[in-house]
Ligand binder design. Structure first.
Ligand SMILES: Cc1ncc(COP(=O)(O)O)c(C=O)c1O
Length: 358
């Protein structure tokens, strides 16, 4: 008998993660920063860090994420991508040896409090066109001149691409020009995310900051991670919890958005938007059952979704359903739903059970 359980489960494959690190290392000779913010893009920071021993640093968004990460790795460099917001966070960064990004004048002012005996790695962020965080080039030139004199600061430079998946776009070309100036300052520097590395615009010596690609997902439209030999790290599954037959003309789910055009066999799967499977009524997504695609029908509910198993009428409660991962890419599902793959994996909630393949 098939095991019966609700079964929403994300399996994290550490071998695939290690493989993906080696793919990026083969592509990029310089240092590799693993971006593991947002609980490692929904993969669970504690599940991924043990497989990331070969990276040169980690990057996270918040001080809480950095503290959680510090407990998992005492010696590794951890970069705070938004920097510190106040004095207390600056002192925490010093004591925990976090690298800090500095992108606003209030953060420069905080650095005035450093004592000569302090040692803080600073990544001065230059806004080369993203128009999000960072100083404009003219201001950055003066800031570099002043920061470089501080005995307490080990200075690095960084910027961020707005559309690194479009290497030929005018904006990207302009950013590359500004980056060239940054690279000539004689300081360590970092510009590139996953798409920049995959599209070949990263500079060999830079500290690349790779997130999505490490998890085996491509950020580049109309490309799959497998095109770059990357392997999916998260495999999301659940189980069938009920089956039923419906007649032509009967509607399925909230809002009665799906109406059967013929008699059908349905399976109800134990996963919904409260687990992180995206809400939709688009009728365009599918899941995999026994290696075959089955359309999702009707609206996704909070805890369940319905699939058409007419082609596999023997489907029973307990059968395993593949939502994404091996054999069903997150990129494809994201495209069908008109969202980005980042949002899908980051949306996985605590209700999903995690399992790790070492
Ligand atoms: C500043 C910065 N660098 C690097 C990354 C990693 O980007 P990706 O996941 O596309 O590799 C991010 C992610 O949002 C970021 O905000």
């Amino acid at each position: 008998m098939r095991p019966r359980a609700r079964g929403a489960q994300a399996t994290i494959n550490q071998q695939h993660l290690k493989h993906n690190v080696s793919v990026f290392k083969a592509m990029h000779p310089g240092p590799l920063v693993a971006v593991v913010k947002a609980d490692a893009y929904g993969h669970g920071i504690e599940h991924v860090v043990p497989a990331l021993g070969d990276v040169d640093a980690f990057a996270v968004a918040t001080i809480d994420e950095a503290m959680q990460l510090r407990k998992l790795c005492q010696d590794q460099r951890i970069i705070l991508l938004e920097g510190v917001f106040n004095e207390a966070e600056l002192h925490l960064a010093l004591s925990q040896k976090f690298d800090v990004v500095v992108h606003q004048k209030y953060q420069l002012a905080l650095l005035d409090q450093l004592k000569d005996s302090d040692c803080l790695s600073v990544w001065l962020k230059v806004d080369t066109g993203m128009n999000r965080l960072g100083f404009e080039l003219g201001f950055a030139k003066n800031a570099i001149e002043s920061l470089i004199k501080s005995p307490a600061i080990v200075l690095h430079l960084m910027s961020h691409f707005a559309q690194s998946d479009q290497p030929l776009a005018m904006q990207t070309q302009q950013q590359i020009k500004s980056n060239d100036w940054i690279a000539q300052q004689g300081l360590p520097f970092s510009f590139s995310n996953t798409a920049a590395v995959l599209s070949g615009i990263s500079q060999p010596q830079e500290w690349v900051r790779v997130g999505l690609g490490l998890f085996g997902i491509s950020p580049i439209e109309d490309s799959m991670a497998s095109d770059y030999k990357l392997r999916p790290v998260m495999n999301l599954q659940s189980r069938v919890i009920a089956t039923k037959s419906i007649q032509k003309g009967q509607a399925v789910g909230y809002g009665a958005h799906f109406v059967a055009q013929k008699s059908m066999r349905l399976a109800i799967v134990g996963i919904g938007y409260a687990d992180g499977y995206p809400w939709s009524q688009s009728q365009s997504t599918h899941v995999m059952l026994n290696g075959l695609p089955c359309p999702v029908v009707g609206r996704v509910s909070m805890d369940m979704l319905a699939i058409d198993v007419s082609a596999q009428p023997d489907t029973d409660p307990g059968d395993v359903v593949q939502l994404w991962g091996d054999g069903l890419s997150v990129e494809l599902l994201a495209k069908q739903l008109n969202v980005i793959p980042y949002a899908l994996v980051c949306g996985i909630t605590k209700r999903v059970k995690f399992d790790v393949i070492q």
